[in-house]
Write a new protein. Sequence first.
Length: 330
Amino acid sequence: MRALGIEGTAHTISVGIVEEQGGRCRVLGQATKMHLPGAGKGIHPREAADHHAEHIGVLVEQALQKADVDPGTLDLVAFSRGPGMGPCLRTAATAARAIALRLGTPIVGVNHCVAHLEIGRGTTDAKDPILLYVSGANTQVIGEALGRYRVFGETLDIGVGNTLDKFARERGLPFPGGPEIEKLARGGKTLLPLPYTVKGMDVAFSGILTAAEQYAQQGTPVEDLAFSLQETLFAMLTEVTERAMAHAGKDEVLLGGGVARNKRLQAMVAEMAEARGARWFVPEPQLLTDNGAMIAWTGLVMHKAGVRHALEQTIVDQRFRTDDVEVVWR
């Protein structure tokens, strides 16, 4: 079975084509374009949606060319139904409906957060992991229980990626800020005391951001700030992930989301997992950031399990919760 997926929840518009091969996901082709806001600006939903509308047609053509497949061989079209920015979601959904109608294929709306988990299960040896999902807007610790992906812990305020982006923006660093902070952190030598806010399996980051800004105003070297910010944020995330593994009785941990590309976070999670005698997994870098392949693959496994969406059911949901999805394919 072969599927085309369109991801368009925030700053990235992406088209991916996948097929199932021996129960695993094989990515045939993918094309992605990121909207980059101007210096000192965050993402404006309408500007991002206009960007997506401008590029989606070319990205579909590029993905098909890279996959070297005929559109007529596609069995399914999937799209990111939510959560995300409304204008961006609607742009991706409209494109998916148009393609599905043109090709006469079924269409499936996919939860973006669940897709990050499923692409990991589809491309690694992870079977029943706890997912540490870390991206710009989302920070969740997720695991399957009783037919749903339960959110064992999450951010109480802003996502870890947004925390890094906001700090970087104030320092005049380019978007996205996470990779720039990772580079600067390698030169840090002093671990500064920052608020460490863990409540059970939930976390909060706004206090850390405020404290880091205060250090910056006092002239603290940006390398020490980047180092301290990473160490504190990632220690919190690793702690709540381990607590979720113990609570759920799971011995696998999977990383997902753009922030999971950070090598320091990977090292901390790996050390924690190895100390527990557990296994840890991380997909290829291009499958960690928002991408069309993860939408295509999740739509494929949903469809195979009997999930069907009529065209009138393909309405986007900006607040589509991870635990709203009935996981009938497991």
